[in-house]
Design a protein around this ligand. Sequence first.
Ligand SMILES: *Cc1c(COP(=O)(O)O)cnc(C)c1O
Length: 387
Amino acid sequence: MKLVTFYSGRGINIVKGENQYVWDDKGNKYLDLHAGHGVAFLGHNNKTIVRYLEKQMSEIMTLTTAFNTPIREEMLKELDKVKTGNLDNVFLLNSGSEAVELAMKSARKITGRKKFIAFKNSFHGRTSGSLSVTWTKRYREPFEPLLGPVDFLDFNNIDELKKIDENTAAIIVEPVQGEGGVIPAKEDFMKALKEVSQDKGALLIVDEVQSGFGRTGRVWAHQHFGIVPDIMTAGKAIGGGFPVSAVFMPDWIAEKLGEGDHGTTYGGNPMAAAAVTAATKVLVEENVAEQAKEKGEIFMRMLKDSLGDFKSVREIRGLGLMIGIDLRLNPAHAIKVLQDSKILSLKAGLTVIRFLSPYMITQEDMEMVVNAARKGISETESKAVTS
Ligand SMILES: *Cc1c(COP(=O)(O)O)cnc(C)c1O
């Protein structure tokens, strides 16, 4: 049997992880700023999370939400500590795309409308619904017709919001665009989105699958902007490595959804509930968001001081520990040099080197990254000159 993968191989065989590091089968240690697309934000093999999972695994692994079980009660109590606004209800699923699907379905059910507004450079997932609101044409076009109508507007452009009309079921937005290039939203823009969604009777879906759970320096990235979404999706980091996603909503929306509107075989299973419980404990008890804020500021300053003068560096941007170096050239070679220097990173958009660090990254780790990035970017520049 051969494995089907839609990613180009990195050429290394990873055998274990511990906190911000992973090791390959030859014993090489890597600083992991790829972190499984940001999933390992709380560190690989996090002791609290592993302990919760091991205990749950020995009791019961699978149980649909039609039956009660104590770990889900414990999870709900933990999640109260990271609640945003009036989003008092949570539904668990297994992947970010699935969470976006439910958010979109809910918006249609509640408003009785069809249309979605999304933004250029957005990424919301790969299933047909979530793909419909994902900007990258190359991902979308082979599979059309998808869900529609969808209008893609300029991100961070308040003028564009005039185009939103009363046929709109929902506006979906990432508070920091991740896959599209690590582009933080502007506060005015997010406030305007909230206003226009209320004016037009459309729901505001904030997709925090990548930005959420402490990474940007607040538990939820939209909290930087002083708004509360109507629906929030979360995923990636919330299970500390275990696959789980969530949709959060206020009472008035939850009350309008009923039996048959959605369902899931695995969603809310006891293992996922244990993972979310433990991950939330770590997030709260270790002040992870605050640490991400402080470390992100230091890392950003170091990167700007050391790399800001390169001709090929267009911008270094981000929020907290969600950081991108936008190049005027293809970032592939720099990412390769980083990997050869034992640092794993990933691409975003067409030109961005993306760092999705676990929160326990140290200053020493950051220095290593800065030096390797200097090497990678200067080699990229000299290649561009000679080719
Ligand atoms: C990764 C991501 C998704 C999709 O999550 P999957 O778990 O891969 O389905 C959706 N939205 C955002 C913002 C993401 O970063």
